[in-house]
Design a protein around this ligand. Structure first.
Ligand SMILES: Cc1cc2nc3c(=O)[nH]c(=O)nc-3n(C[C@H](O)[C@H](O)[C@H](O)COP(=O)(O)OP(=O)(O)OC[C@H]3O[C@@H](n4cnc5c(N)ncnc54)[C@H](O)[C@@H]3O)c2cc1C
Ligand SMILES: *[C@@H]1O[C@H](CO)[C@@H](O)[C@H](O)[C@H]1NC(C)=O
Ligand SMILES: *[C@@H]1O[C@H](CO)[C@@H](O)[C@H](O)[C@H]1NC(C)=O
Ligand SMILES: *[C@@H]1O[C@H](CO)[C@@H](O)[C@H](O)[C@H]1NC(C)=O
Length: 488
């Protein structure tokens, strides 16, 4: 295989760096001046950017959701929908979303745009750690999430408005080691009864002919979408469901960071007191939808047993051939370190803009772990990103062409890749957070997981409000639950 201008087979080294004991400080708050992303900074793309940033603050809420990314907004959507379905109009629940910066300006507004469910990846490692049943659920969760989102978008006829493209995704395999690992996962998943009928194996020659890169690949169904537009749509649905049914009222305050959460005095009607620079907010329930930044308010989640802020980087670069040559397929490669797809061609252009993320392997041994500043990019990662596509697809991208945009975003890594979902539990003081919940730590892979994990916490909160027992859905990996994460 041709030599590529990048480090290969370094996933194991990243894992070792992630697991290394570090006396880490809690994450900072999101920085105020982030790099500009294609998704957020395309004119007109973020109508809710400054929503509720001025004027009176909602000072009292049943449920305060911290974070307006896909997790926080999906939780608001599920809460409003479940309340409207239950149709109990005796009392309307007040829900407030608090966002430190502009609407959806965290990872969700800065990511790679892939909405692709896992079919078999990591099956060997995951079943060794947590058993075959949970490995099955990890796949079921992703399949379910993607199909629920697609259904929601398609039924409303919003495909083109949200730029939803069903282009599939090829995983280019650059090394023998990578091929062996992927084959082993595939065989193990198949043996465990996972449906792999939609997985296609392509030889190097087939890939060369169809896509112009000479590496073998494995293809699965997959989508890409404009993540911020999806989240804006979910927010509007949540708001409407409340208005229509009078069972919930949703408020949003952007540019309102939560700087502390303390227990209100015992005589106060609400248990929690959230501090913001604009005043305090009393809430009975709190949902931490803060992903990479979770340990700022929950210091026990700092360091490798918790959620490690990790900076990812993206470029938007123009291809030098037309869409018909390039195809609309998304790709990943190099153990997932790189991922890319072509945008629908804009009016007046002939070659597509390609969104390419990755380059973090070239920052080893640190891998941008513990970097929470998305106001800057890493020049080494940027250099790798610039060289990548021309090297992998000779003739389809011009060498030394400068990207049209480049930005960074902060992911929340966990050691096992699992998010923390459920009641907040501090091992040192298990009862200290009663009424606080979390869904965070998606490890750079949130689009096919966050929406369903938010549904699970929404169910938990409503069950608690109604004094009922929450029943765990079959599709939720048991190891995502906070109560099963105390020994790490
Ligand atoms: C560069 C990059 C590329 C990625 N590519 C993909 C991809 O292609 N496919 C995929 O599936 N996943 C991808 N991911 C991961 C995916 O974007 C995340 O898993 C997902 O967006 C997480 O959503 P979230 O809502 O939990 O977190 P976020 O979107 O980060 O939302 C958290 C929000 O909380 C706010 N916040 C934090 N602390 C506070 C506070 N104290 N007070 C108020 N607000 C606060 C933040 O400002 C932020 O808006 C990528 C991530 C990055 C960074
Ligand atoms: C709210 O009601 C309007 C008008 O009846 C309807 O068009 C819309 O679909 C409803 N929205 C939701 C989320 O139920
Ligand atoms: C909430 O905290 C603020 C300080 O941040 C304090 O002034 C206020 O009295 C507290 N409210 C309650 C109800 O405890
Ligand atoms: C919140 O405030 C309390 C005291 O008012 C302090 O002990 C605690 O460290 C603060 N927490 C954070 C996350 O700043």
């Amino acid at each position: 295989m041709a030599t590529l201008p990048l480090f290969l087979n370094v996933l194991a080294e990243q894992q070792a760096a992630l697991e290394r004991p570090v006396d880490a400080a809690p994450a900072p708050l999101p920085v105020p001046n982030p790099t500009k992303s294609f998704w957020i900074d395309t004119p007109g793309a973020n109508p809710l950017a400054k929503e509720g940033s001025e004027g009176p603050l909602t000072a009292d809420a049943d449920i305060a959701i911290i974070g307006s990314g896909i997790t926080g907004v999906s939780a608001a959507y599920h809460l409003s929908r479940l309340l409207a379905q239950a149709g109990n109009t005796e009392r309307s629940l007040k829900i407030v979303i608090l966002e430190a910066r502009d609407f959806c300006s965290g990872a969700t507004g800065r990511n790679g745009g892939h909405l692709t469910a896992n079919f078999f990846a990591e099956f060997v490692a995951y079943s060794a750690l947590f058993g075959v049943d949970d490995a099955r659920r990890a796949i079921a969760l992703e399949q379910r999430t993607v199909s629920e989102i697609i259904k929601l978008v398609e039924e409303a006829g919003k495909n083109s408005e949200l730029d939803l493209v069903a282009g599939g995704r090829g995983h280019l395999m650059f090394t023998e080691l990578e091929i062996a690992a992927i084959k082993a996962d595939y065989e193990a998943a198949k043996a465990a009864g996972i449906d792999v009928s939609k997985v296609e194996w392509l030889t190097k020659e087939q890939v060369e002919k169809e896509y112009g890169a000479s590496y073998p690949a494995v293809r699965t169904p997959g989508y890409n979408i404009w993540p911020l537009k999806l989240v804006t749509y979910l927010y509007n649905l949540a708001k409407e469901a409340g208005v229509n049914s009078s069972t919930s009222a949703l408020h949003l305050h952007t540019n309102t960071p939560v700087t502390n959460i303390s227990e209100a005095s015992s005589s106060a009607p609400r248990r929690w007191n959230l501090t913001t620079p604009r005043g305090s907010i009393a809430a009975s329930y709190v949902l931490h939808a803060t992903n990479a930044y979770a340990s700022h308010l929950l210091p026990h989640l700092r360091g490798p047993s918790g959620i490690v802020p990790t900076r990812g980087q993206i470029i938007a670069t123009r291809a030098s051939v037309s869409e018909s040559v390039l195809t609309r397929s998304a790709f990943t490669g190099n153990e997932g370190f790189e991922y890319w797809f072509p945008r629908p061609v804009e009016p007046g252009k002939t070659e597509p803009l390609v969104i390419l993320g990755g380059g973090r392997e070239s920052t080893k041994p640190d891998f941008e772990l513990y970097v929470a500043d998305d106001s800057a990019v890493n020049p080494k990662a940027g250099d790798t990103l610039r060289r990548f596509l021309p090297a992998v697809f000779p003739g389809r991208y011009e060498e030394n062409r400068e990207p049209e945009m480049e930005w960074s975003g902060i992911m929340g890594y966990t050691k096992t890749g699992d998010p923390f979902v459920g009641p907040v539990i501090s091992p040192a003081n298990p009862d200290a957070y009663k009424g606080q919940y979390i869904s965070a730590g998606f490890t750079g892979h949130g689009m096919p997981r966050t929406f369903s994990c938010a549904e699970a916490v929404a169910q938990m909160i409503l069950a608690d409000i109604e004094g009922k027992e929450w029943t765990i859905p079959e599709w939720l990996p048991r190891h995502h639950l906070t109560e099963n994460r105390l020994q790490e």
